[in-house]
Design a protein around this ligand. Structure first.
Ligand code: FAD
Length: 481
């Protein structure tokens, strides 16, 4: 008797999981596996807080799957090159006839999966993959001349026009596998589950949920209560105006299709008229898809290349001291420092702040955006290659449909505009707590006027000067095209 194997990767959920549902529908016994690759993670600097969330999620998933009579194993295989061998061993040990998994679009992951496909097919094992991480799979949304979109707005238009019934119909959790189908080896694993340990440094992620039902409830609450005001509130870091679902989307504890279906359930008019907060929120999910479609079409993005070739000639002015000041929230620009402290303390940063600090690193400190991209991946609980690379290249003006290089954020006015009462800054920089209102964004002017001493650094660079320099560096690079 042959059994089915579900290989969990970035789809750590039971609902709307095509790989799982198809395996169960075969009416055979199902085994589940998660392959931990600590050496690979170390090389790519997976954030310890994200590793902790993965581990906690796997423990919860093991219990959920056990209720469906599916044992979950967490197997170690150091790096991606050893994955085909790890799977072959499992396939032989547990008499597996088919392996199911959800596709990933990064270059290394694609290479790994091709090697898996080849080695398993040679052994007569069926390999089936699914596109659950995007609502519409990469390569399926193209221009009239069958090209990949490089600009977001027409991509979104085409994307919206291609949505069909299935996009709005996430799968329910599958029914339990019949006990009568279970071989002894599976029953033993269910009776005494193997412990889940990832063998990777972790840092406490307990402020974030790992229970699938509770996370779905967050989506429902956000959609019902906050989606409508999303457009008004989403840019203000002191307001709880965004969903904070990114860690769960990154690990696939919820799917983008569940987000779309919920929004449509609660706000059909907003989606049909393409207006209002719910539609603006959906657009963020579409940005997520856009960046996935891009990395699948342009593998050089996964090799650290800028999307716009000419920006590779920008003569970045690397300075280790300035980089450290940015990382530690010691730049003397309160909105930047507060944001970097939010990241260090929580593993998450508000989107407006991600744009501000990324712009600051690349256009004020003139440091290559790849240092920032890396720092984010090392610390974010929602670290996600496609969205992070897309966000950094957008802010550094090196990407497709990015911020034009001549539009440079002023960190002081950004702070005054998006933290107008200074609440966010005062929360993360208690040494500025005496300074009322938006004056907190220019603390040294306040200190001078009031004659107070401030235990807070002076700005490490002069924005006006750096802005001019950034413009000239970009212009030089462009002139050499
Ligand atoms: P919401 O505003 O509620 O949006 C809903 C969901 O849409 C998010 O959870 C996320 O999955 C997606 N989303 C929102 N904005 C974007 C965007 N601009 N691009 C792609 N997807 C988006 N997002 C990540 O998930 N992982 C990252 O590693 C990441 N790095 C970023 C780096 C930079 C420099 C920038 C500018 C943005 C980055 N983003 C990243 C996108 C965005 O900042 C986060 O997704 C968002 O802040 C998460 O908060 P939320 O869940 O409350 O988002």
């Amino acid at each position: 008797m042959q059994h089915q194997l579900v290989w969990f990767r970035n789809d750590l959920r039971v609902r709307d999981n095509q790989a799982l549902s198809h395996a169960v529908a075969s009416n055979q016994a199902v085994l589940a596996v998660y392959l931990a690759c600590p050496q690979q993670w170390q090389a790519h600097e997976l954030a310890p807080i994200q590793a902790d969330l993965i581990e906690r999620r796997l423990v919860a998933l093991q219990q959920q799957l056990a209720e469906l009579n599916i044992p979950l194993l967490a197997v170690h295989c150091s790096d991606f090159t050893s994955v085909p061998q790890c799977l072959l061993q499992l396939v032989q040990q547990y008499q597996i006839g088919a392996v199911h998994f959800q596709q990933q679009y990064e270059l290394n992951e694609q290479g790994r999966d091709q090697a898996v496909q080849q080695s398993l097919s040679q052994q007569g094992v069926e390999v089936v993959s699914y596109h659950g991480d995007c609502i519409l799979p990469p390569g399926s949304v193209l221009t009239k001349s069958q090209q990949v979109f490089k600009v977001f707005t027409p991509f979104r238009k085409a994307w919206l026009s291609q949505l069909d019934e299935a996009c709005f119909s996430p799968l329910a959790a599958p029914a339990a596998v019949l006990s009568s189908l279970l071989p002894d080896s599976f029953s033993k694993l269910l009776a005494k589950p193997e412990p889940i340990k990832l063998d990777y440094a972790t840092s406490n992620s307990s402020a974030w949920l790992c229970d699938e039902s509770e996370i779905i409830q967050c989506l429902r609450d956000f959609s019902a209560v906050k989606a409508e005001s999303y457009q008004q509130l989403r840019d203000f870091p002191a307001e709880p105006g965004t969903s904070k679902l990114s860690p769960y989307l990154a690990l696939g504890i919820i799917s983008p299709r569940q987000c779309l279906a919920r929004l449509y359930h609660d706000h059909p008019q907003a989606l049909e008229s393409q207006q209002g907060g719910a539609f603006v929120w959906l657009s963020e999910i579409v940005w997520r898809e856009f960046y996935r479609h891009l990395i699948a079409a342009y593998p050089q993005l996964c090799k650290g290349r800028a999307f716009l070739d000419w920006t590779e000639r920008v003569n970045w002015q690397h300075d280790e001291q300035l980089l450290k000041a940015w990382q530690q929230g010691q730049t003397g620009y309160p909105i930047v420092d507060a944001a970097m402290r939010q990241l260090a303390a929580t593993g998450w940063m508000h989107n407006r702040l991600r744009m501000i600090v990324a712009s600051f690193l690349s256009k004020d400190l003139l440091i290559d955006w790849r240092h920032g991209e890396r720092w984010f991946m090392q610390h974010l609980i929602d670290g996600d290659f496609a969205s992070n690379n897309g966000g950094w290249q957008w802010a550094a003006s090196t990407g497709t449909d990015a911020q034009p290089y001549f539009r440079i954020f002023n960190p002081t006015t950004q702070g005054e505009r998006f933290d107008p009462k200074g609440e966010f800054v005062r929360y993360w920089l208690p040494q500025l707590s005496e300074i009322a209102g938006k004056k907190v964004h220019q603390p040294h002017s306040w200190a001078e006027k009031s004659g107070q001493y401030l235990a807070y650094p002076k700005p490490i660079v002069d924005h006006a000067k750096q802005r001019k320099l950034a413009l000239s560096l970009f212009e030089q690079a462009k002139a050499n095209m």
